[in-house]
Design a protein around this ligand. Sequence first.
Ligand code: SF4
Length: 142
Amino acid sequence: MLEGLKNLCRKKSPWLMHFNTGSCNGCDIEIIDALTPRYDAERFGAVLKGSPRHADVMLVTGPVTKQVKPRLKRVHAQMPEPKAVIAVGNCAATGGVFKGCYSIENGVDNVIPVAAYVHGCPPKPEAILFGAVTALNALFGD
Ligand code: SF4
């Protein structure tokens, strides 16, 4: 019962962290848009945090470049359990337009585990919020 209560509290107050692994900034702008009062992510208790040690959910944008790969792994390891990663945009999901390029890893799930994928180039703020809710449901149950 205590575990269920803890999960409910965590699900209703996800702290987010944003990590750009080589994005063109299109997806990043849409994430910022999703956090504005217009889309009201705070109704889900979502707050953007700067430190991985305070974050439950990591929003990753862009194809993972070989240069940023060790940093992504290190920052992911610094997040406390339970944690979830959301790949935002086609580049983060599969490599997108950069797929096959010599300098990238073709998607975040080649480097760290991903709980939800949000497709689009860039995805709409509504899709990003839906991806966040999907990841939280996967992490803490419906
Ligand atoms: S999915 Fe599109 S908007 Fe997002 S980083 Fe890739 S090219 Fe840019």
